[in-house]
Write a protein of this length. Structure first.
Length: 118
């Protein structure tokens, strides 16, 4: 089983940037495809970006495409989400998640709050 811990959230003004990190422990990090989800108050959890085990293939939701970059460093057991040109609607709790192969994302971090002020 893999354990995930996010960091890097905070309060930022619209137009600013943040880099979220997710550190994994417990199992071989490169065994897992990884993803970033977010959940805003009153809304469903949304997958915003995902990356395969090798770091070669990445996909983004329309809501963050062109403004965000997902990456991973398997040697450091860490995944990142660089978010630029942040908007108030990006305000949410951001979660990292892991999955094995084509299974559903089954391992979750505790979340990190991102708040974007107008």
């Amino acid at each position: 089983q893999v354990q995930l811990v996010e960091s890097g959230g905070g309060l930022v003004q619209a137009g600013g940037s943040l880099r979220l990190s997710c550190v994994a422990s417990g199992r071989t990090f490169s065994n897992y495809d990884m993803g970033w989800f977010r959940q805003a108050p009153g809304k469903e959890r949304e997958l915003v970006a995902q990356i395969d085990w090798s770091g070669v293939k990445a996909h983004y939701s329309n809501s963050v495409a062109g403004r965000s970059t997902i990456s991973r460093d398997n040697a450091k057991n860490t995944m990142y989400l660089q978010m630029n040109s942040l908007k108030p609607e990006d305000t949410a709790v951001y979660y990292c998640a892991a999955r094995e192969g084509n299974r559903a994302f089954g391992y979750w971090g505790q979340g990190t709050q991102v708040t974007v002020s107008p």
